[in-house]
Design a protein around this ligand. Structure first.
Ligand SMILES: CC(C)(COP(=O)(O)OP(=O)(O)OC[C@H]1O[C@@H](n2cnc3c(N)ncnc32)[C@H](O)[C@@H]1OP(=O)(O)O)[C@@H](O)C(=O)NCCC(=O)NCCS
Length: 151
């Protein structure tokens, strides 16, 4: 499968809202995705094959990055798409001079935890009962970045 990683554009939003519905109990709507994309410092990347197959969203505050979502269409999983999205996000974050990228993940989400660990994220703590529907703890995972590679 030939995949291109690109910056998310407004025209990607309808397809990404469908992927949200396929991936999450409480999916983001098209409006929510559009609002996130418009925020200052948002770093959203899409995997195109050529239609959108997955995406990663990251907010930035000063020199800190917060992953808000990573999702890959169920029929496109285990082809390295999420891995590539995280690699490209890391490059973009390093270019911007971010110090770290961090995220929360459900403690039962073994696929995502394995993905993040392979990408170099380490467990830095837990947030008790962070998630609802179903109620569950979150694991906090962080990738510390090399500031030397900033522009
Ligand atoms: C988690 C998710 C994004 C992974 O996407 P993907 O494109 O299939 O992942 P990749 O193919 O890039 O996998 C990279 C590595 O992650 C790990 N991984 C991915 N899926 C896995 C699974 N189902 N079980 C165990 N490990 C898994 C593996 O280590 C894998 O490397 P390998 O294929 O060499 O073994 C995808 O399963 C998804 O969209 N899940 C639903 C949404 C979600 O939970 N998002 C995370 C919210 S924090």
């Amino acid at each position: 499968m030939k995949i291109k990683i690109a910056k998310m554009q407004p025209e990607h939003i309808p397809a990404l809202a469908v992927i949200e519905q396929q991936c999450f109990h409480t999916p983001w709507s098209e409006n929510a995705l559009a609002a996130e994309l418009e925020e200052d410092g948002s770093l959203f990347l899409v995997a195109e094959g050529p239609e959108p197959l997955g995406y990663v969203g990251c907010k930035t505050v000063l020199d800190e990055g917060y992953i808000t979502n990573v999702a890959v269409r169920p029929d496109a999983r285990r082809h390295g798409i999420a891995r590539r999205l995280l690699q490209e996000l890391q490059k973009a974050a390093e270019k911007q001079g971010l110090s770290f990228i961090t995220l929360e993940v459900r403690v039962s989400n073994v696929a995502a935890i394995a993905l993040y660990e392979k990408a170099g994220y380490i467990s830095v703590g837990t947030r008790k009962a962070f998630y609802h529907d179903p109620k569950e703890d979150a694991m906090l995972m962080t990738l510390f970045l090399d500031k030397e590679s900033a522009d």
